[in-house]
Design a protein around this ligand. Structure first.
Ligand SMILES: *Cc1c(COP(=O)(O)O)cnc(C)c1O
Ligand SMILES: [Zn+2]
Length: 414
């Protein structure tokens, strides 16, 4: 890879060669980060070149991605999701320039399709034909989809609570699905043991440094959709911490290459019932206190975040802000965003909107800031939660008399 210099440990700064199946730092076990040669990138791509590229997928930023020049990258079309101006929702919340990046429109319905697209390329580079991960749900369904497209077999460990729609996706994509009767932490541990036993390619997000490199492409798109500039704030929900760290890496890469001239501030949104990253950041330390996984938002129910340090550092470097939201806040955000924007997000997907609601009017975010809320997952993935956010439909018999009676009886229709 001509664009990549090395993989560097974020804790002890040890540098190692960026081979396809590296995991954590061999010295201290810390998380690795991919280091680029921005001079090479600047010589080999440009804003003009990117703008002319007819490929709408995340691979339009290939010069910024850690794959071999000769690697084939076909497969599912990850990326290329819309950035909507959410004026009416913004007005309701008290923000005059609110945008929604709808990453629920990726091929399997979540932002995780970006890292999964990268993971299958790295597995192929490593010469491994089976790939595995543990996941709260979306990384799993997305990996299974990408693996199916690439002709790899996949082994997926999900916790007992993974929503039915996500498990159905896995099975449809032909994955070997192991439903671990325990928590996400239990699923993670068992998958790690199985991966080392059978030598599968490891797509566990926090262990595999290439995955946040896939996630960062959401920031490239946001910047490009804003005319190659950075927003003032980017809000995203946080579980393992890999997404927010990836978002930060994306803006930092663009800044380092001179494609944007400022960096945004990050808004980390966690569930009040499971907020180990926000708690550490708020306390001003980097001490991981494991939390209960007490939230309906399964995608961010991560009591022991594997990318804890990377996430806390991203928040610190970006002068970040935290918001902790209840299940009720998320359900309310789902319904309000749904009816004012037409975007349907799962609870963790709409947590970013819930966080912005919570911060509104507190004087922390200036009213006229350019804010991007990343909706990380599609609402169809968890309709059980969605139906908690809204009322029942009006029921009537198939005749006008019954319809009139039903309208009369219904408060909203009277
Ligand atoms: C995975 C996921 C997140 C959080 O990403 P992390 O890397 O675990 O912090 C948020 N929302 C959705 C929908 C997800 O699938
Ligand atoms: Zn180290």
């Amino acid at each position: 890879m001509k664009n990549v210099k090395s993989a560097e440990c974020i804790m002890c700064k040890t540098q190692i060669k960026a081979s396809p199946n590296i995991t954590v730092c061999p010295e201290c076990g810390g998380i690795l980060e991919i280091v680029y040669d921005y001079e090479w990138i600047g010589k080999n791509t440009s804003i003009e070149k990117i703008k002319k590229d007819p490929d709408r997928s995340m691979w339009r930023y290939r010069e910024f991605l850690p794959v071999e020049e000769t690697s084939a990258v076909s497969g599912l079309r990850a990326g290329g999701t819309p950035l909507y101006s959410a004026g009416r929702l913004g007005n309701l919340l008290g923000y005059s320039r609110l945008f929604i990046k709808d990453d629920g429109l990726n091929p399997t319905g979540s932002l995780k399709d970006r890292p999964s697209a990268l993971a299958v390329v790295k597995a192929a580079e490593a010469g491994i034909s089976s790939i595995a991960c543990s996941s709260t749900g979306n990384a799993a369904s997305s990996l299974a989809g990408s693996a199916a497209a690439a002709g790899l077999s996949s082994y997926i460990f999900v916790p007992k609570r993974a929503p039915a729609a996500k498990v159905a996706q896995l099975l449809i994509f032909g994955a070997h699905v192991i439903s671990v009767q325990g928590s996400y932490e239990d699923a993670f541990r068992l998958s790690s043991e199985a991966i080392s036993r059978w030598g599968w390619y490891n797509r566990n997000a926090a262990i595999n440094p290439y995955l946040s490199e896939g996630k960062k492409t959401v920031s490239f798109e946001i910047a490009e959709q804003l005319g190659f500039s950075a927003p003032d704030f980017v809000a995203a929900s946080v579980g393992d911490g890999c997404t927010i760290a990836g978002i930060w890496k994306g803006f930092k890469d663009l800044f380092a290459a001179g494609f944007i001239n400022k960096l945004p501030r990050l808004i980390s949104v966690q569930a009040s019932g499971c907020r180990p990253i926000n708690r550490a950041f708020e306390a001003g330390n980097e001490i991981l206190e494991p939390a209960d996984e007490n939230t309906i938002a399964d995608s961010i129910a991560v009591g022991i975040p594997r990318n804890f340090h990377k996430a806390v550092r991203a928040l610190r470097e970006s002068n970040g802000i935290t918001a902790n939201v209840s299940d009720e806040d998320m359900l309310h955000a789902m319904a309000l965003a749904g009816k004012t924007t037409g975007v349907f997000g799962e609870p963790a997907g709409m947590a970013s909107i819930a966080g912005l609601m919570k911060l509104a009017g507190k004087g922390i975010i200036p009213k006229d800031s350019l804010i991007v809320s990343v909706v990380t997952g599609n609402g169809l993935k968890d309709i059980k939660s969605a139906s908690k956010a809204v009322r029942e439909p009006i029921k009537c018999n198939p005749d006008m008399e019954s319809l009139l009676a039903a309208f009369e009886a219904d408060e909203g229709m009277r």
